[in-house]
Design a protein. Structure first.
Length: 258
């Protein structure tokens, strides 16, 4: 009897220990939540976190959702390093900063869709998801003449419905496997080390930055030069992803179908 009680007590404690650890993990690393749960859901669709390639190339991406004070400086650094990247833009950001959108497009960078209002897309309907994507798509097209086909969901949140709806609208849903953590404002050196020494950095990596992060303008040049010193060619996402006949594995790695 005593052994049975002890066994169930340990089982109870172990269950809640795992639950607590999971909650801490998700709270501390919110962008990893979807990957964590996808491992237990065989029918869960995944976006593109990285690309399987033998070539030493990576993609830098920026989410543009808030300010725009650093746009000129970021574009200058990218131009001087002869690097093209991808900017995921919210619809209201396009409304507020049309000149910056044109500068980014004129410099030859990819333009990506980051929704219209930056909602939690896992909490809205399919019709609302469509509206979020279509509104931003139309705004960018009317302004630049560019038909976007790259989409990054706000907060890194997605469901099967989000991915499927985006696909129906002609979009590839893009995440990242290297987070600069620039949004945490740890400092220039931390941001540089976070990217260049990231455990997931490798062929086909997608690196996340934000266009208005405090330390990114000061860190970006060193990061780009560091990536090149490691032998990586930095390309926009439009040149990194596989366009057709591909699959996405349980880690979010896009691969050519065998």
């Amino acid at each position: 009897m005593l052994k049975s009680i002890l066994f169930h007590h340990r089982l109870f404690v172990s269950f809640f220990a795992v639950a607590a650890a999971t909650a801490i993990l998700i709270k501390t690393f919110p962008y990893c939540a979807d990957v964590f749960f996808s491992a237990t859901e065989n029918n869960r669709k995944l976006p593109i976190y990285c690309v399987d390639t033998d070539e030493k190339k990576v993609a830098i991406s920026f989410d543009a959702a808030w300010g725009a004070d650093d746009t000129d400086e970021l574009l200058r650094i990218l131009r001087e390093n002869d690097v093209k990247t991808t900017f995921f833009m919210c619809g209201y950001w396009v409304d507020d900063y049309p000149e910056e959108v044109m500068k980014i497009a004129s410099a030859g960078h990819d333009l990506g869709n980051h929704s219209a209002t930056h909602p939690h897309m896992s909490a809205i309907s399919k019709e609302q998801i469509e509206e979020e994507l279509k509104k931003t798509h139309e705004k960018v097209y009317d302004l630049t003449g560019i038909e976007m086909d790259l989409f990054r969901p706000p907060f890194g949140e997605y469901t099967n419905t989000v991915i499927e709806t985006a696909q129906e609208l002609g979009y590839y849903t893009i995440q990242w496997d290297v987070d600069s953590l620039d949004w945490k404002e740890y400092g220039v050196e931390h941001e540089i080390n976070q990217v260049l020494n990231h455990k997931h950095l490798g062929n086909g990596s997608i690196i996340l930055f934000h266009n208005d992060a405090k330390y990114t303008p000061a860190a970006l040049d060193s990061i780009i030069k560091g990536l090149k010193e490691k032998g990586y060619d930095i390309v926009p996402l439009s040149e990194l992803i596989i366009r057709e006949n591909y699959t996405i594995d349980h880690e979010g790695r896009q691969k050519i179908k065998s």
